[in-house]
Design a binder for this molecule. Structure first.
Ligand code: ADP
Length: 478
């Protein structure tokens, strides 16, 4: 029996490979192919940033909007890199250089509230049938930028399609002044505690959490954590109230892009059954980054946003122990200026032993995953985390804190090293364990092989999303 294809409209502000500032883009870019194999057809509505428009050839106008929040807009339909896209082309909102959220001064664009209300409003109107011949069964909104989608659906008339709100990181909530309400095109009575109001402001993520048919986050443990006072960032009460409609679905990674057996970005291919290529990647990494080429030195990698969330401020204090243990460290990241300075200073002080690259570099990220022995992820909270999944796939042992998706994906002593107390002592003890493990090659290799055998693909998560969509679509029909 063939299943009927289910149409889903995803609404998101980033999509790999076109626009990426973090894991959100990876997820939004990878899910459609995996869901396609589950009989779910995903079309993604994204803002028409310059790189998106540039990539879109042979596109057609699916919808013309003469006035979208102060300017004309068109929804272009097209395909890029195997992704079915609807691109919201609105030059007054999105055609700006650089980062999708920040102006040249490094601050949020002052009109972000309008830019992402527009995205959500258009998503909702398409969900309600604005494009003839396209009627998605489900709207799937990602993060606060798409949070108002459920509000425009809820206040836009009877019988809206079912909606899913996925929280990739509860720390980013999209809160804006209540005075904005008249400009949003939502009714005044939307501004209430069980609507879009959040502590006297308009909460975009809060609206999505409140008004969507279902809320997912990106790991089961994070789904539990966000319903606690400690992890709920002010939204735990609402999430507890909606507990029956909250669940966690782990992220996967694109195992074709992240495949050490065929990765064109790394020095030598390898696989679990034949790890012979891994040392060549270590040597190439050491050479590229100016480290002493020492095959036996435990090599620790870090690939991360440099922020408080990621716990990397704990690392400088642990570094002397690593160095005393004969280890080396390579860090790739960008973020908080104090952390960038701290790691650059450490690299300058320890030439040949510590290397620090500030910036965003996809190729180097692959080379660090392939060349390192360990990957350090000491996050204070971590909705899912993708780098540890890549590390597992590349036979690089993750050293992670026991939070969120890290706790769900790394098994202490079996596939990695997991530590409880996210503080300097906790991290130092975990790094000591890593160095000791490196001195026992049989045990070390056992962890490597076990990690590489773990299924980190999108197959299981896509099944879980497909089941959720079908359940919601079925419910909406009754
Ligand atoms: P985040 O909280 O930043 O989304 P994740 O681990 O979920 O963290 O996803 C981060 C993604 O971005 C991963 O694919 C990781 O490899 C990548 N990444 C992070 N920082 C860098 C960087 N400086 N250069 C290249 N890739 C990076």
């Amino acid at each position: 029996m063939t299943r009927q294809t289910l149409e889903v409209l995803a609404v998101a502000s980033e999509i790999f490979p076109l626009v990426k500032t973090g894991g959100l883009a990876d997820v939004v870019g990878a899910l459609p192919a995996a869901l396609g194999r589950q009989g779910v057809a995903v079309t993604t509505l994204v803002p028409g940033y310059p790189p998106v428009l540039a990539a879109l050839d042979r596109s057609g106008a699916a919808l013309v909007l003469p006035d979208l929040f102060g300017g004309p807009a068109t929804v272009l339909s097209g395909a890029v890199a195997g992704l079915d896209l609807l691109v919201l082309s609105a030059s007054h909102l999105y055609e700006r250089p650089g980062n999708p959220y920040l102006g040249p001064d490094g601050r949020d664009w002052p009109d972000n509230a309008i830019r992402f209300a527009a995205l959500a409003a258009v998503g909702a109107s398409i969900g309600r049938g604005a494009i003839r011949s396209y009627r998605p069964a489900i709207l799937h909104a990602h993060d606060w930028q798409a949070g108002l989608t459920a509000a425009y659906l809820a206040y836009g008339g009877p019988r809206p399609p079912a909606s899913v709100m996925t929280v990739h990181n509860l720390a980013f909530q999209g809160q804006f002044p209540a005075s904005l309400l008249p400009r949003l095109g939502l009714p005044d009575d939307a501004f209430r505690f069980d609507g879009i109001e959040h502590h006297g402001m308009i909460g975009y993520l809060k609206a999505g959490l409140q008004l969507s048919s279902h809320v997912t986050t990106v790991s089961p443990t994070y789904a539990d954590e966000i319903r606690t006072v400690e992890g709920g960032m002010g939204l735990d009460g609402l999430l507890r109230y909606r507990s029956d409609a909250v669940s966690g679905i782990l992220n996967g990674i694109d195992t074709r892009v992240w495949n050490p057996a065929s990765d064109p970005l790394i020095a030598a291919p390898y696989k679990a059954s034949s790890l012979n290529g891994k040392p060549a990647n270590k040597a190439a990494l050491q050479e590229r980054l100016g480290l002493s080429v020492m095959p036996d030195a435990p090599l620790f990698g870090v690939i991360s946003r440099l922020s408080w969330q990621k716990g990397l401020d704990l690392l400088p204090a642990a570094l002397p122990r690593l160095i005393a243990g004969g280890a080396q460290m390579v860090l790739l990241g960008a973020g908080e200026p104090e952390l960038e300075t701290a790691f650059t200073t450490l690299a300058d002080a320890h030439p040949g032993t510590v290397a620090c690259t500030i910036g965003y570099d996809e190729t180097l990220a692959h080379q660090i995953q392939a060349g390192s022995d360990f990957l350090i992820v000491p996050s204070r909270f971590e909705p899912c985390g993708l780098t540890q999944l890549c590390a597992l796939r590349y036979g690089t042992i993750p050293v992670v804190s026991k939070v969120g998706g890290l706790a769900d994906t790394v098994a202490d002593g079996r596939t990695g090293i997991v530590f409880d107390a996210v503080n300097e002592a906790g991290l130092a003890a975990a790094l000591d364990r890593a160095i000791a493990l490196h001195h026992t090659p049989r045990a070390f290799k056992a962890l490597v092989r076990c990690g590489m055998a773990q299924d980190v693909s999108w197959d299981a998560p896509a099944k879980a999303y497909a089941n959720l969509y079908r359940a919601l679509a079925g419910r909406a029909q009754h």
